[in-house]
Write a protein that binds this ligand. Structure first.
Ligand code: UDP
Length: 238
């Protein structure tokens, strides 16, 4: 059997990835399928850390937050990611996977705080670490949390799960001639104005020389293909 291409990865799941076809919240069969995908790669011995978003519940910049103080809305968004983390950890437990949720904001009766050496220890023990509450600061996104935690834990790559199977030359839903990039450099992605991640997250990955793989979470087997280093999604590299 061929070996996985990576030893330690940071997987970024958006809140929307949990919704399935629902309008909001967490869709049971969607989260179960996602956990099955994660279980498949965990079985290969890959150390997995996950940053989960909160957009399926609350987003600080969403219309629902209009008129609110932005920082307050963002703290609500961070709490939404804690809810998603709990749901994900529970689904993992039901699937026989051991995970630990670590929060960037103090909420110790619910989940343990983020402590870097502890996170590294869990990963070495083969536990899946779920980073909740983003960076712990308003005005940031969970993409930035993924870049930050990915750098902190020495992940070889950030895997950004989306609904499209990579980065395209144009919007594939609008332009039939849009083509998927198999690989693209950070500089080229900037020059071509390709929105891979928000600017803060993107800059951090570029500065840390942390590659990003954009791939589809909806496509069956895609996560495993990415882990095996197959031609799947788009690799953004230095
Ligand atoms: N958020 C924040 N700081 C962070 C991460 C998240 O304030 O470091 C808040 C922000 O309001 C954001 C919400 O949490 O809109 C949910 O995160 P995000 O929008 O990144 O979730 P996703 O789009 O991945 O579901």
């Amino acid at each position: 059997m061929t070996k996985p291409a990576y030893k330690r990865v940071l997987l970024k799941l958006s809140g929307e990835a949990l919704m399935g076809d629902d309008a909001y919240g967490i869709n049971r069969s969607t989260i179960e399928r996602m956990v099955a995908d994660v279980a498949e790669v965990a079985k290969l011995g890959v150390e997995l850390a996950i940053v989960i978003g909160g957009g399926n519940i609350f987003r600080g910049v969403a219309p629902g937050a209009q008129g609110m103080d932005r920082a307050t809305a963002d703290y609500m968004g961070m709490l939404a990611t804690v809810m998603n983390s709990l749901a994900l950890a529970d689904a993992m437990r039901q699937a026989g996977l051991t995970s630990r949720v670590m929060s960037a904001i103090a909420i110790e009766q619910v989940v343990e705080p983020y402590v870097r050496p502890k996170a590294l220890q869990y990963l070495e023990e083969g536990k899946i670490v779920i980073f909740a509450a983003g960076t712990g600061n308003p005005f940031f996104t969970t993409d930035t949390a993924a870049a930050l935690r990915g750098s902190e834990i020495g992940a070889e790559i950030v895997l950004k799960a989306t609904k499209v199977d990579g980065v395209y030359s144009a919007d594939p839903n609008k332009d039939r001639n849009a083509t998927r990039y198999a690989t693209i450099s950070f500089d080229e992605a900037i020059a071509k104005h390709l929105q891979v991640m928000d600017a803060t997250a993107f800059a951090l990955c570029r500065d840390q020389k942390l590659p990003i793989k954009v791939f589809s979470i909806v496509k069956p087997g895609a996560l495993k293909n990415v882990i095996m280093g197959d031609d799947e999604g788009t690799l953004v590299h230095v």
